[in-house]
Design a protein around this ligand. Structure first.
Ligand code: SF4
Ligand code: SF4
Ligand code: SF4
Length: 707
């Protein structure tokens, strides 16, 4: 963690109180001013109370900074993670957070949240403005006349927006009670809402009492709420009422300084900061790098289990969480009844980190005090079943309004479970053995990798054979080589490339699994074995550009191999086919095509932002009908994260849930662009007995172009 950040927070423990006392002194220097149209700061407030105000504010601001500083010390327990550079983009992310744009993506809760936030910010800035005017020399004071009136009107409007937002929040949490909120409602939510409401309400009431004390002058009608309320304040008791309310307002403010750092309200500072820090050096589809396990001899542990084995940013994430539950609502595992809840992953890690800190700090959300934490391992609270239920679809990361990285943590924990504890689903054991012994997850002979070429009426070049060169390497992938349903995709892709006169070659038996299933299953050792062999082959053959139909291969080759010395330009077959049609090198028939719905593969879409190319290809072969969940909101097929190689005994099957959604569009064809999605959706459609066909986009294009 950047040390300067921790140092700044510790420095603020002294700087904030000192600055407050300085303001007190500066405020005493100017001559007391009584503007004709304006207000006297601390009017009707005895000097003793003013002194209490400044001294208590100084003490509580120091405590406020201290609470954050000890939390920062807790984040600093994590390992390193470089999050610097690209400052302009970081500033953009910060502004995205501060402007509430990410929160407003879900207007149901976003509007309420934005009302509270903007109302609070305006009220805070109004208080700062008042203090600046207070300490300014008499000649520089500006809060009088029309400026004062406009200022008063803006603050009254902000108070209404703020209180309206709080009322909506209370209604949603305690009356509507949607699952996302109800499942995590704790007593502290009432405290947070109560303290914020107390500040807003007493602010208006103090204003009303002050206006009565001042004799309800006409110019105060601009304080359109306070002026109306002032009519209800009895003149004879106004001075005492004003002082009583003023003290209540001060107490609410001091309470807020404790509530912000010790409850989830801390996200008002940490969420935008977390968003600014979200930009990282590796692509979003790449897992956290690890040392070369084939050479490293001094590694004491692998993956993440203990707090110190997570990065400082992963620990900061837990404090930035707003506990909104959006991640849970899109998680295919959670939505089909598996034990995984991504929000709980964040909260449980945060709980273990908080309760084992020195000193212990409050957990991200109130927890059952009866639950004991015996060590600083997350597996005190998180079970292996939760971790293995993840499909690595990245929907949670995508939807999180504050850019928390949930998937990374799950995959790091898998590394620990697999390599340190040997605790993985039994079926994966067979997959690991296949990958180690056969270099593919099907346990089939590498010598049969190119058998699919027998179905072609032309010869396919093979790199590695004497004198063979090619512009493109066609990386077929294990499914495309060995799985019957996917071999048809491979044949179609090769025929289309041949028809368009693309100069391509394959590797045949030289191609090994990219290692994606091993890596996503936590077996970094097997992944690195396969990756290093593949990279050596590709580099020795001088490969520069790769075409593949497998988004998992696409992701691993383009995003993960560079860290091991393999830099290639990798293209998904949908991107290449789209260009070939655009250039007129492929000419699909016009009209009469089927209606098609497209399932976005997670590793093509969310992990790599390829959304348009497959749709453009499909628009040339038929009419595209979108499913309700498409693009970045697409719902996983259930195969990612090596789930393809695991049983799914709990809950509804993810592929069935997705197949039902696809079938409900009424399309003739369900199209996809991933070998695993093809298998999963085809199985899902068969399981529900629907009369819809599932095809890869290359097969559809070939049918409309070549047959
Ligand atoms: S990556 Fe997908 S399956 Fe895994 S926790 Fe996130 S939403 Fe759930
Ligand atoms: S991780 Fe993100 S999406 Fe999930 S509850 Fe926390 S803030 Fe919300
Ligand atoms: S990542 Fe998947 S499809 Fe690609 S080579 Fe490995 S197993 Fe085959």
């Amino acid at each position: 963690m950047p040390r300067w950040l921790v140092r700044i927070l510790w420095a603020l423990v002294a700087v904030l109180p000192a600055a407050t006392l300085l303001l007190w002194w500066l405020g005493s220097l100017p001559e007391e001013s009584h503007p004709a149209v304006g207000r006297v700061v601390f009017g009707n407030v005895p000097q003793a109370l003013v002194a209490i105000f400044y001294m208590s504010s100084a003490a509580f601001l120091g405590a406020f900074a201290w609470f954050f500083a000890v939390r920062a010390r807790n984040w600093a327990r994590g390992s390193s993670d470089r999050r610097s550079g690209r400052w302009w983009r970081r500033f953009g992310e910060l502004m995205r957070g501060l402007s509430q744009r990410s929160v407003m993506e879900r207007p149901d809760s976003g509007v309420m949240h934005a009302m509270i936030f903007y109302g609070f910010v305006v009220l805070f800035l109004g208080t700062v403005t008042l203090e600046l005017d207070h300490i300014a020399p008499t000649s520089l004071k500006f809060l009088d006349g029309r400026v004062y009136q406009v200022y008063s009107a803006i603050l009254d409007a902000a108070a209404l927006v703020f209180l309206g937002g709080l009322a909506l929040a209370a209604f949603r949490r305690y009356v509507q009670r949607p699952w996302r909120a109800a499942s995590k409602t704790r007593p502290e939510d009432g405290v947070v809402l109560g303290v914020l409401a107390a500040i807003g309400l007493t602010g208006l009431l103090v204003e009303a009492a002050r206006i009565t004390v001042d004799g309800r002058p006409d110019f105060e009608t601009w304080s359109f709420v306070g002026y109306q309320l002032s009519a209800f304040v009895p003149e004879g008791a106004a001075a005492g009422i004003h002082q009583g309310l003023w003290i209540t307002h001060l107490v609410a403010f001091l309470a807020l300084l404790v509530v912000i750092p010790t409850t989830k309200l801390r996200h008002m500072f940490l969420a935008p900061a977390n968003m600014a820090l979200s930009l990282r050096e590796r692509p979003k589809g790449a897992m956290r790098e690890m040392p070369n396990l084939l050479e490293a001899t001094d590694l004491e542990t692998v993956g993440a289990a203990r707090v110190a084995e997570f990065t400082w940013k992963q620990l900061l994430d837990t404090d930035a969480c707003t506990i909104c539950g959006r991640c849970t609502s899109v998680c295919p595992a959670n939505q089909t009844g598996k034990p995984l809840d991504p929000r709980e992953i964040i909260l449980k890690l945060g709980e273990v980190a908080a309760r084992t800190g020195t000193p212990a700090v409050t957990p991200p959300v109130g927890t059952d005090a009866a639950i004991t934490i015996g060590s600083d391992s997350v597996f005190e609270r998180i079970t292996a079943e939760e971790i293995w239920a993840c499909t690595s679809c990245r929907a949670c990361d995508e939807v999180c309004p504050v850019d928390i990285e949930i998937l990374d943590k799950i995959l790091d924990m898998r590394r620990h479970l697999t390599l340190m504890k040997g605790e993985f689903p039994a079926e994966l054991g067979a997959t690991f053995i296949s990958l180690e012994n056969s270099s593919n997850p099907y346990s089939l002979s590498q010598q049969n990798r190119a058998d699919w070429t027998a179905d072609l009426d032309f010869a396919v070049k093979r790199l590695g054979e004497p004198g063979v060169t090619a512009e493109y390497l066609y990386w077929v992938g294990c499914a495309g080589s060995f799985d019957d349903r996917n071999r048809k995709v491979t044949v179609s892709t090769a025929r289309l490339l041949h028809e368009a006169r693309v100069d391509f070659a394959i590797l045949g038996p030289l191609e090994l699994c990219t290692g994606d299933p091993a890596r996503r299953a936590g077996n970094e050792y097997v992944f690195q074995q396969l990756a290093l062999q593949n990279i050596k082959t590709l580099n020795d053959l001088g490969v520069t550009t790769v075409i593949t139909q497998c988004p998992h291969c696409f992701n691993t080759l383009s995003n993960e191999y560079p860290a091991f010395g393999g830099e290639y330009r990798v293209r998904h077959h949908s991107e290449v086919l789209m260009e070939l049609v655009k250039e007129g090198r492929l000419r699909p028939k016009n009209g009469g095509g089927p209606t098609v719905t497209f399932h976005d593969p997670c590793y093509l879409g969310r992990h790599n932002d390829v959304f348009a190319a497959p749709r453009k290809v499909l628009q040339m072969v038929g009419d595209v009908v979108e499913m309700p969940r498409n693009g970045t909101n697409s719902f996983c097929c259930g195969a990612g994260g090596a789930r393809m190689w695991m049983e799914e005994p709990t809950g509804k099957k993810v592929n069935v849930a997705r197949a039902e959604e696809a079938v409900a569009t009424g399309s003739d064809v369900i199209a996809t662009g991933c070998p695993f999605c093809l298998v999963m959706l085809d199985d899902g459609v068969k399981e529900i007995g629907a009369a819809v066909v599932v095809k890869d986009l290359a097969v559809l294009l070939a049918e409309r172009t070549l047959d």
